[in-house]
Design a protein around this ligand. Structure first.
Ligand code: NAP
Length: 213
C-alpha cells in the first residue's frame, strides 16, 4: 500500500524516542513535513541530524500556556499524532497526588490541549485533518500496578470518541490506537521481568512484544 502525505504538515508529540520517534520518521518518509515535539534537546538534535527535513521543537506539552504560545507560531498542522506519554508502576495504595497529576497532565490533559489547538486552526482554515491519539491496551483491560496509567488512557479513549463525534462533520477525523506492549524505554519498565512477561506473552497471539519490526 502506498501512503502519500505530500503537502501535509504533521505534528508528533513525544517524538524524541520510542514510538513517537518512529512515527515521525515514517511520516516524513511518506512525504509529510514533520514537526517533532519533545523536551529532550539532545535527542531532538540527534533526530534532526539523522533526518534533516524534520523540524524539531523543544516543548513540555504539559505546560498549556507555553504550548499555546509555541504551537500558535509553528504553522498550520494537518495531521496530529498525540503520542507523548508517561507511565510508572505502583500499587494503588501507594499513589500520591503528584503521581496522578503528572500522568494525567501528559497522557490526558496535554493531549486534550494539543488537539484543541490543532482543531481550532483546522476549523479556521476550513481544512480537513486527521488526529491520532496513542492510547493503550491499558485503557481496555486491567494491568497490575497500572491503575493511574489505565485511567489516564481510558480518558483518552472517551475524549477521542466525543471529539470524533463533534468534528467529524467538519472533515476532521479523530481516532485512537491502543497498542499492546512495545519494547521502548516505557515498555521495558513494566514488562522486562520474565515472571511478569511470561504469562502476558502467552495471551499475545504472536507471542512477542511489538518492536517496530
Ligand atoms: P517513551 O519511550 O518513554 O517515550 C515517551 C515520549 O514522550 C518521549 O519522546 C518523551 O520525550 C515524550 N514526553 C514525555 N513527557 C513529555 C512532555 N511533558 N512533553 C513533551 N514530550 C513528552 O514511551 P513510548 O513507549 O514510546 O510511548 C509512547 C506512547 O505510546 C505513550 O503515550 C504511551 O503511553 C503509549 N504506549 C506505549 C506502550 C509501550 O508498551 N511502550 C504501549 C501502549 C501505548 P522527552 O522525555 O524528550 O520529553
Amino acid at each position: 500500500m502506498e501512503i502519500n502525505f505530500n503537502g501535509k504538515r504533521a505534528l508528533v508529540t513525544g517524538a524524541s524516542k520510542g514510538i513517537g520517534r518512529d512515527i515521525a520518521v515514517q511520516l516524513s518518509k511518506c512525504g509529510a513535513k514533520v514537526v517533532a515535539v519533545a523536551r529532550s534537546k539532545d535527542l531532538l538534535d540527534k533526530l534532526k541530524s539523522e533526518h534533516p527535513s524534520i523540524e524539531t521543537i523543544q516543548l513540555d506539552v504539559s505546560d498549556w500556556k507555553k504550548t499555546d504560545q509555541v504551537l500558535s507560531k509553528s504553522g498550520p498542522i494537518d495531521l496530529l499524532v498525540n503520542n507523548a506519554g508517561l507511565g510508572w508502576l505502583k500499587p494503588m495504595t501507594e499513589i500520591e497526588q503528584k503521581d496522578c497529576d503528572d500522568v494525567f497532565a501528559i497522557n490526558t490533559k496535554a493531549l486534550i490541549n494539543v488537539t484543541r489547538l490543532v482543531v481550532k486552526d483546522l476549523l479556521a482554515r476550513k481544512a480537513p485533518g486527521s488526529i491520532v491519539n496513542i492510547s493503550s491496551q491499558a485503557s481496555l483491560v486491567g494491568l497490575l500496578n497500572h491503575t493511574v496509567y489505565c485511567a489516564s488512557k481510558g480518558a483518552v479513549d472517551a475524549f477521542t470518541r466525543a471529539a470524533a463525534l463533534e468534528y467529524g462533520p467538519y472533515n476532521i477525523r479523530v481516532n485512537a490506537v491502543n497498542p499492546t506492549v512495545i519494547m521502548t524505554e516505557m515498555g521495558k519498565l513494566g514488562w522486562s521481568d520474565p515472571k511478569i512477561a511470561g504469562p502476558f506473552l502467552e495471551k499475545i497471539p504472536l507471542r512477542r512484544y511489538g518492536d517496530g519490526k
